[in-house]
Design a protein around this ligand. Structure first.
Ligand code: LLP
Length: 369
């Protein structure tokens, strides 16, 4: 198993996965769809960790048949279902139990996953008994523990607290006679969107290495955001400039369906004009909003921007993670085009969805013909 398993959910474009695969990354997958993407991008099944609290029987069967390297199991029911699926295929599922360590990641409420009562993982107090069950269960090969307490963490302390809990549990399991070989420390390292001060990656890496050495295990991490967020910009064109009460508002052709993060998490992304403003031009506080019929459809509020006119291009920064993967076609807006840039080279990696494809998803029943 590779030590870095890129979390595909952050950006699932085949070209992005392939870029990371060629750099030696495995992958963290959450669904049958991501499994297919990872394989198609050239990541070997043994280098895949199948995470997530709701794997269907069908997804388990596909993952087992493909030879996925590790299943992170999140409940007793999932363990039994996975064992049954593995037995039916005459195989063994390599399993890490995901611990809920009851640690607050100190991040946005909607992306914290390690507190008691969150739907993720197995309460730390229940791990010993379930590990014993896993070891006894035909079809399951327990290989270790996993933890992931949330995303966009800007301090090391919550990681440390969660990892300490995992270390204690590994020591308990070993004392009980189970050889624990592997720990999966999840993802979560934050990036700087505005004024956050996430720990440098070296400090995070050093922490992972300390944990690994203390208990002598293979350690896997599942970074998503840190690898891809800063690599993406969303280009959008001004459609109209208007006054909304006291405020200047520009309506642009990108919207909450293209980038959900501001509407969903009140996330802040830098917005800049693509053309360098002439020197000395003064800025005005401007709201940048999309054309969708919801007041939540604002990409940025009160941004100091130079005078703008219809046709001007703006860049919304740091959208490489949880940007296009969370897009929808709300308001029947086709999905945006995606382009990969390398030096001076440009490649289309996801053409703009055309209206034909958008409409072809729907079928009208015969009784309406
Ligand atoms: N491992 C597991 C089990 C996860 O659930 C996640 C992210 C990761 C790894 C990767 O975490 P990262 O390194 O990217 O923080 N849509 C939200 C973020 C959701 C994160 C979901 N899980 C956002 O836009 O902020």
């Amino acid at each position: 198993m590779r030590c870095i398993c890129y979390s595909i959910k952050a950006n699932d474009n085949l070209a992005v996965i392939r870029t990371l695969a060629r750099l030696g990354s495995g992958a963290d997958i959450i669904s049958g769809g991501e499994l297919r993407r990872a394989l198609q991008a050239g990541i070997a099944a043994e280098q895949l960790v199948f995470a997530g609290p709701g794997k269907t029987r069908e997804e388990m069967e596909l993952a087992l048949a493909s030879g996925v390297g590790q299943f992170n199991v999140e409940s007793p029911a999932e363990l039994e279902a996975l064992a049954s699926a593995a037995r039916a295929q005459g195989t063994q599922a390599p399993v890490a139990l995901r611990v809920n360590p009851d640690v607050d990641a100190e991040t946005h409420d909607k992306i914290a996953t390690g507190r008691r009562g969150d739907k993720f993982g197995i309460d730390d107090g229940d791990i010993a008994a379930l590990y014993a069950r896993a070891a006894a269960l035909e079809g399951i090969e327990p290989v270790g523990l996993a933890v992931h307490i949330g995303s966009q963490l800007s301090r090391l302390a919550p990681f440390e607290a969660a990892y300490e809990r995992v270390i204690d549990l590994v020591e308990d399991l070993r004392a009980a006679g189970y050889p624990v070989e592997r720990i999966n420390l999840g993802g979560g390292l934050g990036v700087r969107y505005r004024d956050e001060t996430p720990p440098p990656v070296e400090a995070y890496g050093a922490l992972v290495e300390r944990v690994r050495q203390r208990i002598g295990v293979t350690a896997i991490i599942e970074p998503g955001r840190w690898l891809v967020a800063p690599a993406g910009v969303l280009l959008t064109r001004v459609i109209a400039v208007k006054q909304a009460g006291e405020r200047r508002c520009v309506i642009v052709d990108a919207a909450m369906n293209d980038l959900m993060r501001p509407a969903l998490y009140d996330a802040w992304h830098a917005i800049e004009p693509v053309a360098e403003p002439a020197p000395g031009v003064s800025t005005v506080e401007t709201d940048v909003a999309g054309p969708v019929c919801e007041s939540a459809d604002v990409l940025g509020r009160e941004r100091p921007l130079p005078p703008l006119a219809a046709g001007d291009l703006l860049a919304v920064r740091d959208v490489g993670a949880y940007g296009s993967v969370m897009a929808s076609t709300y308001n029947s807006r086709p999905l945006a085009a995606e382009v990969m840039v390398r030096g001076d080279a440009l490649a289309s990696i996801r053409p703009r969805q055309d209206y034909e494809t958008l409409l072809a998803r729907d079928l009208v029943p015969s009784w309406l013909a």
